[in-house]
Design a protein around this ligand. Structure first.
Ligand code: NAG
Ligand code: NAG
Ligand code: NAG
Length: 512
C-alpha cells in the first residue's frame, strides 16, 4: 500500500471519527437571541444583532447555505469584527441595492443614530448611505419587505423615542437611495411585531402583531405595491389565536402563506400551535400536516425561504442545549411538511455532509425522507470523491486501498463507537444523534417558559423580553462549560472540521 493510499484511509477514518464523536463542535457558537435580522444574500444567511435578554447585540455572522449541513452541527462564520452598527434589536433588513446583493438595515434602538446601514456582500464592507428625501422618524419593531424593483416597504412599528406605534408607510428606494411615503387610505391600525410577506401579485400581506394587545388574525391586510392602496381580507377556517412576534413566508407554489410561532402575551409565552397556513385563494386558514420531530415554539425569531425549506432562526422559547438555533421545515410537499435536520442546497447534486453519512453509531433512526433520497450519479460526497481519486491510481493500489479502508473503517467505527459511548456516559445523553430515546412526536416539554414579571410588560411598553436566561432557568440543564474530555479532543475535532470544510469546498469547486 502506498503512502498516498494510507493518507486517504487516514482521512476517511478521521471523518468517520468526527461523525461519531460529538458533532456539536463549532468554531463559532452564537448566543441565543430575539429580534435579530436574517437576510439571504448569495447563499449566505446573514444574522445581525438581536437581544440576549438584558442587552442588545452587535453580532454579525452568516451560515453558508451553498453546502449541505446538519442543524446539529452548524458552521457559523463570524463577521462581528467588521460590523459598524451599534448594538441593536428589533430592527429589520432586506437584500436590495443596485446589484441586488447589498444588505439594507433599517431602524434601531436608542443606540443607533443612523437610520440605514448597508453591507456590501462582495467587498464585505459596511457603510452609511446618503439617502435623499424627507428624513423619516426612527422606528423599529416592524418587518421591512422588498419588492422586485428594489423598493423597501417599512410599515408601522414603534417610535424609538416614546415607543408609541407609528401610523405610516415608509418607502425606501434601495437602488436610487430616496425616501418616500405610501398611501394611508384604508391603512390598518398601527402595530408592532406583525408577520409580513411579499405575494406573487406584488402585494404585501400583513398578519397579526401587537397594539396594546395581540391583534387577531381573522383579518389580514394587503398593501398593493403597484397601485399604492390598501385592502383587508376576512379570513375563515381554523383561525390562529391572536399573536405577535410571528414569522410569515410565502409557500413555494405562491398560493399560501405559512406562519410560524409568535407570542400570546408580548413575549411572555410562545403560541401553542407552531404552524398555520393561509390559503391565498379563499383566505382560509388551516393547520398543515407535518412529519418529523416537532420543535418547541418560538417567538421574535426570523424565517426565510431557502430552496425548499422554511428556515427559522433563533428567537425566544427554546433551549440552546437541546435544540438548534436553526429549524428546517421542508415545505416542498403541501400535503405534508417535514421537520428535518438535514439541509441540501437547492440546485445541487451534493449529497450528505459527512455528519449525515450513516455510520455504525449515528442512529439512522431519525431518517427524514430527504436523508434517504438517492444521491445523484455525479455526487460529490466524501465517499465518491475519495473513490474517484482512488481510481486515478493503479487498480491494485485501489483494491488495496478499498480493503484497507474497509478494514480500518470497521476498526475505527468500533473505536468511535466506544468513544461515543464513553462520551455519552460521561456527559449524559446529550449527543444530538441519540434522540431515539426521546419521544419524537411528543417533544414539546409543555410550555414551561417562565413568565417574566408582569410589570415588565405593563409599564409603558418596556421592551418585551424573555431573557435567554429565563429560558435556561426553565428546568433544563445547561451544557457543562468545560470538561476535560472535550478539551483534549477539541484540537483534533477542530482540525477534522477544517478538513471537512476543505473537502466539501474542493468537491464543490471541481464541479464548476
Ligand atoms: C433581487 O433578487 C430577488 C431574488 O433573490 C428577486 O426576487 C428580485 O426580483 C431581485 N430584485 C431586483 C430589483 O432585481
Ligand atoms: C387599488 O388600485 C387598483 C388600480 O387603480 C384598483 O383596481 C383596485 O381596486 C384598488 N384597490 C382598492 C382596495 O382600492
Ligand atoms: C455526470 O457527468 C457526466 C460526465 O461529466 C455527464 O455526461 C453526465 O451528464 C453527468 N450526470 C449528471 C446526472 O449530472
Amino acid at each position: 500500500m502506498t503512502r498516498k493510499n494510507l493518507m486517504y484511509i487516514a482521512l476517511w477514518l478521521l471523518i468517520q471519527l468526527l461523525a461519531e464523536i460529538n458533532c456539536q463542535m463549532t468554531p463559532y457558537k452564537p448566543k441565543l437571541r430575539e429580534g435579530h435580522t436574517a437576510t439571504l444574500i448569495d447563499n449566505k444567511l446573514y444574522i445581525l444583532g438581536g437581544d440576549f435578554g438584558d442587552n442588545a447585540g452587535k453580532d454579525f455572522f452568516y451560515l453558508d447555505v451553498s453546502v449541505p449541513f446538519n442543524t446539529q452541527n452548524l458552521l457559523w462564520n463570524d463577521l462581528s469584527n467588521i460590523n459598524i452598527i451599534p448594538s441593536h434589536y428589533d430592527c429589520t433588513s432586506v437584500k436590495g441595492g443596485a446589484n441586488n446583493n447589498t444588505l439594507f438595515f433599517y431602524g434601531g434602538d436608542k443606540h443607533v443614530t443612523d437610520f440605514v446601514y448597508t453591507f456590501n456582500s462582495q467587498s464585505n464592507s459596511w457603510s452609511i448611505p446618503k439617502i435623499a428625501g424627507d428624513v423619516p422618524i426612527n422606528k423599529f419593531e416592524m418587518t421591512g419587505i422588498i419588492d422586485h424593483k428594489g423598493i423597501m416597504y417599512l410599515w408601522s412599528g414603534a417610535k424609538i423615542a416614546d415607543r408609541t406605534d407609528v401610523d405610516d408607510m415608509l418607502i425606501l428606494d434601495t437602488i436610487n437611495l430616496v425616501w418616500g411615503k405610501g398611501n394611508l387610505v384604508g391603512v390598518p391600525i398601527a402595530r408592532e411585531f406583525y408577520g409580513a410577506a411579499l405575494l406573487p401579485d406584488n402585494s404585501i400581506i400583513y398578519i397579526g402583531g401587537y397594539n396594546a394587545k395581540e391583534l387577531p388574525l381573522n383579518q389580514v391586510y394587503l398593501y398593493d405595491t403597484i397601485n399604492d392602496n390598501w385592502s383587508a381580507k376576512t379570513t375563515s377556517g381554523v383561525v390562529p389565536p391572536d399573536r405577535d412576534g410571528l414569522s410569515a413566508v410565502l409557500g413555494l407554489d405562491g398560493q399560501r402563506v405559512i406562519i410560524f410561532g409568535g407570542s400570546t402575551n408580548y413575549g411572555g409565552n410562545t403560541v401553542k400551535d407552531l404552524i398555520y397556513e393561509l390559503n391565498l385563494i379563499n383566505y382560509e386558514w388551516r393547520i398543515p400536516k407535518t412529519f418529523g420531530k416537532i420543535p418547541k415554539s418560538r417567538m421574535y425569531h426570523k424565517a426565510n425561504v431557502i430552496g425548499k425549506y422554511m428556515v427559522i432562526s433563533f428567537g425566544g422559547g427554546y433551549d440552546q442545549s437541546t435544540e438548534s438555533d436553526i429549524l428546517l421545515l421542508d415545505i416542498s410537499n403541501v400535503d405534508e411538511y417535514i421537520w428535518t435536520n438535514e439541509f441540501y442546497p437547492p440546485t445541487s447534486s451534493i449529497v450528505p455532509s459527512p455528519s449525515a453519512i450513516p455510520s455504525l453509531t449515528s442512529k439512522v433512526s431519525v431518517s427524514s425522507p430527504s436523508a434517504t433520497s438517492p444521491p445523484s450519479s455525479n455526487s460529490s460526497s466524501i465517499v465518491s470523491s475519495q473513490s474517484s481519486q482512488l481510481t486515478s491510481s493503479s487498480p491494485t493500489a485501489m483494491i488495496g486501498a478499498v480493503i484497507g479502508s474497509l478494514f480500518g473503517g470497521i476498526l475505527l467505527s468500533f473505536v468511535g463507537f466506544y468513544l461515543y459511548r464513553w462520551n455519552r456516559n460521561k456527559y449524559g445523553d446529550k449527543n444530538p444523534y441519540n434522540n431515539d430515546n426521546n419521544n419524537q412526536y411528543q417533544y414539546d416539554h409543555g410550555h414551561e417558559i417562565v413568565q417574566p414579571p408582569n410589570d415588565e410588560y405593563t409599564i409603558n411598553h418596556q421592551h418585551r423580553s424573555t431573557p435567554a436566561s429565563v429560558i435556561n432557568n426553565s428546568g433544563q440543564k445547561s451544557t457543562p462549560t468545560a470538561n476535560d474530555g472535550k478539551l483534549t479532543l477539541q484540537g483534533l475535532q477542530q482540525e477534522i472540521q477544517d478538513l471537512r470544510q476543505i473537502i466539501l469546498h474542493n468537491s464543490k469547486q471541481s464541479k464548476k
